[in-house]
Design a protein around this ligand. Sequence first.
Ligand SMILES: NC(=O)c1ccc[n+]([C@@H]2O[C@H](COP(=O)([O-])OP(=O)(O)OC[C@H]3O[C@@H](n4cnc5c(N)ncnc54)[C@H](OP(=O)(O)O)[C@@H]3O)[C@@H](O)[C@H]2O)c1
Length: 324
Amino acid sequence: MKAILCTHFGPPEDLEMADIAAPQPGPGEALIRVRAAALNFFDTLIIAGKYQNKPPFPFSPAAELAGIVETVGPGVSGLSPGDRVMGYTGWGAAREYVAVAAEQLVKLPEGLDFERAAGLTVTYGTTIYALRERGQIKAGETLVVLGASGGTGLAAIELGKMLGARVIACASSDEKLVFARAHGADETVNYTSENLRDALKRLGGDRGVDVVYDPVGGPYAEPAVRSLGWEGRYLVVGFAAGEIPKIPLNLALLKSCDIRGVLWGTWTKREPQAQRALMSDIARWCVEGKLSAHVHAVYPLEETAAALKAIADRKVMGKIVLRP
Ligand SMILES: NC(=O)c1ccc[n+]([C@@H]2O[C@H](COP(=O)([O-])OP(=O)(O)OC[C@H]3O[C@@H](n4cnc5c(N)ncnc54)[C@H](OP(=O)(O)O)[C@@H]3O)[C@@H](O)[C@H]2O)c1
């Protein structure tokens, strides 16, 4: 089978296209013929050795996929050859076949295509876990989304609206903000041309904002925390800007507010049944038109390096998908 391999840590152009033997499914696993694999920002980190997960070499990037069950290993029930599925692998999906733990797969409902399904698991899974379980967001509250046109950001706009929040989308260009509004944002802030703190003070009013969803970090984190109101919640999702911010703890004291971490990948392993139920909900909401699962572009497997560079260069709105 064709596979994109990372044989040493480095930039996207160091990835190699190889012909290797297809895997066999082990106990509890299903062998999936990958029809679409989605990339995330963290794939740019994992191949560079800058991510918390460091898989053994050689490995393939791409943490999520949609495809068809080819065979199942011992002990798997509820999945059969020919089933259309989507799921989470952590890494390893940029190839034609992959063996995946059956508990990380859900069947695709009618009407959900492979390309949108491939990119649903990580961003929407992370975000519903972040907003509902960690942020305990309530209808009528104000939600600020940083990096709002990216994969997780778009999911936060759409799920935030579904949960009844007023959504303030923040991004680096007017084009990205038009995209954010088209996907449901009520208000927008261009944090390249406008001071984020001033804009959130204006839009948050006397009460301040209730929840901040931050997949970006860097220079935007502290002004976002300063914009929280009484008992607000700041959700630490990621650091796409590269710099891990340091927040003065007096801000948490003065607002009686919370800084809450979100580590969805580990949660899926601790709570596999809750995760599967949540993914079935997300797939259904997508079919019902409540979530867009917007695909910015589809690249052939051999162009994985170009796809990763587009993500690192902030050129993507929504998701990038690979087609093996
Ligand atoms: N905690 C979890 O469980 C979890 C799960 C999934 C992902 N994450 C993390 O969430 C972060 C975002 O992931 P994603 O897949 O949504 O990424 P993405 O689609 O690439 O979006 C990230 C956004 O960050 C902004 N950004 C600001 N500075 C940037 C820079 N120097 N380089 C690239 N982007 C920059 C960009 O928006 P603007 O141009 O508008 O600023 C971009 O749209 C990553 O750090 C990822 O590791 C965490």
